[in-house]
Design a protein around this ligand. Structure first.
Ligand SMILES: Cc1cc2nc3c(=O)[nH]c(=O)nc-3n(C[C@H](O)[C@H](O)[C@H](O)COP(=O)(O)OP(=O)(O)OC[C@H]3O[C@@H](n4cnc5c(N)ncnc54)[C@H](O)[C@@H]3O)c2cc1C
Length: 394
């Protein structure tokens, strides 16, 4: 396993308790220090098909994309997750929580189990190193995140051609992600998003609000503000509210108007500083999430033709709008379930993982396109003609 971010760590914790396996986990960071707060989807701990489908945007897609047997298999796997790990998952899905806590808690759990079948190494692994390490019977899992170590190596001949040949990328928009903690219980539905933005003709502040996992009276607010490609280029990657106010006053005014209305309504204060980053909101997937193509390429002594490789987490699929870790965890659970089936032929394992990750991609693709479409309509709600231009009926 290369990469001990949230997905690599979860997979390690899942495989660690599978009889007959040993895991070698490589990570280049020496310390976990990430500051971002993240939200995990409640479907990760669902115990019935109904609770797996409660998300109002993709509930129907789930039924359309997955067979009932697949959904049942996923739920059965959840039931088999060791209780120490399941308790962590339940905690993380109860509200926004620090990514750092997720990483530290699962990392500590792995260490505390004290298994001799686990070896952790702090090292930067190159693609060449990873391939050179492979021995018969090994499975290599790339959890190295969006800039995946092996995504571009999974198709024979791809080293000689354009580096992105195995990646499908859709850029949805450029956005500012503005984050703060608010010292009161605060919730925001679509009416609230509309009325608090009523004076914001442009740069509408679209919040994602949720309690924090540790305290029901502290709300975590992450607002997304759409910006142009030119504005994106003109901004540093990370800055604070003061910088925004002096360099992009009209964006800051929209944000401040929204925040003032929250305060007026709930009489609370912002705890700490505003944190602002600018990012492209990308949807992408590895066209091949396994080394399946090497297996069918004919006789060769290339290491990927004999040892299976899987991409998991952001190395396989990426999506905006607070969904990626959940998606990565979902695929990780499925992969752990496949690997644990010792009698499953390798080609079946690769095919099934490809198919499953493709279905999860379809799900997140549809959900993300729907969110983006709704956001676009929202921007024009008070301008009927502009709104009609964005509607395509038949
Ligand atoms: C502002 C922002 C907010 C977000 N909010 C949310 C949210 O609310 N909910 C959500 O689900 N997602 C959110 N995400 C996305 C989420 O952070 C990622 O999806 C998640 O971190 C991906 O996990 P991963 O384990 O696949 O990869 P990563 O977290 O990227 O971990 C990869 C690991 O591999 C290691 N590594 C990389 N290369 C090597 C190498 N060559 N050798 C050894 N080690 C290596 C890295 O050090 C790292 O530890 C957000 C992202 C951003 C930018």
């Amino acid at each position: 396993m290369v990469g001990a971010g949230p997905v690599g760590l979860l997979l390690t914790a899942l495989l660690q308790s599978v009889e007959g396996f040993s895991v070698r986990l490589y990570e280049k960071r020496h310390e976990y220090t990430r500051t971002r707060m993240v939200q995990l989807a409640p479907y990760l701990v669902a115990d019935s098909v109904e609770s797996y489908r409660t998300d109002y945007i993709d509930g129907d897609s789930v039924e359309a994309i997955f067979d009932p047997a697949e959904l049942d298999e996923g739920l059965a796997f959840r039931q088999s997750i060791p209780s120490d790990l399941m308790a962590l998952l339940r905690g993380w899905t109860s509200g926004f929580c620090p990514l750092n806590s997720i990483e530290l808690e699962v990392s500590d759990l792995i260490d505390a189990r004290g298994s001799s079948a686990l070896q952790r190494t702090a090292a930067v692994v190159t693609a060449k190193d990873a391939m050179a390490m492979l021995e018969p019977g090994d499975v290599l899992i790339d959890c190295t995140g969006a800039r995946s170590l092996l995504r571009d190596h999974l198709v024979p001949g791809s080293e000689e051609i354009d580096g992105d040949a195995n990646t499908l990328l859709i850029r949805l928009e450029y956005a500012l992600v503005i984050t703060f903690l608010y010292g009161q219980k605060y919730d925001c539905d679509e009416y609230c998003k509309y009325y608090k933005n009523i004076e914001n003709a442009h740069y509408k502040f679209i919040p994602m609000v949720h309690r924090t996992h540790y305290d029901g009276s502290v709300s975590h607010v992450t607002g997304i503000v759409n910006i142009t490609a030119e504005e994106y280029e003109a901004m540093p990657s990370r800055f604070d509210g003061q910088w925004l106010r002096s360099d992009f006053p009209s964006v800051a005014q929209s944000m401040d108007r929204f925040i003032d209305k929250i305060k007026e309504e709930t009489h609370g204060e912002i705890l700490g500083d505003l944190e602002i980053i600018r990012i492209p909101l990308d949807l992408y997937r590895a066209r091949n999430a396994t080394s399946r193509k090497w297996l069918t390429a004919g006789p060769t002594d290339h290491p990927l033709a004999t040892s299976p490789v899987f991409l998991a987490g952001d190395s396989a699929i990426g999506s905006p709008y607070f969904q990626s870790i959940s998606l990565g965890f979902e695929c990780a659970m499925y992969l752990a379930g496949l690997i644990a089936q010792r009698d499953l032929p390798l080609s079946d394992m690769l095919d099934r993982y490809e198919q499953y990750s493709y279905k999860q991609w379809l799900r997140v693709y549809m959900r993300s396109k729907m969110i983006k479409h709704n956001k676009d309509l929202f921007e024009s709600l008070d301008d009927s003609l502009a709104l009609l231009e964005k509607l395509h009926i038949y």
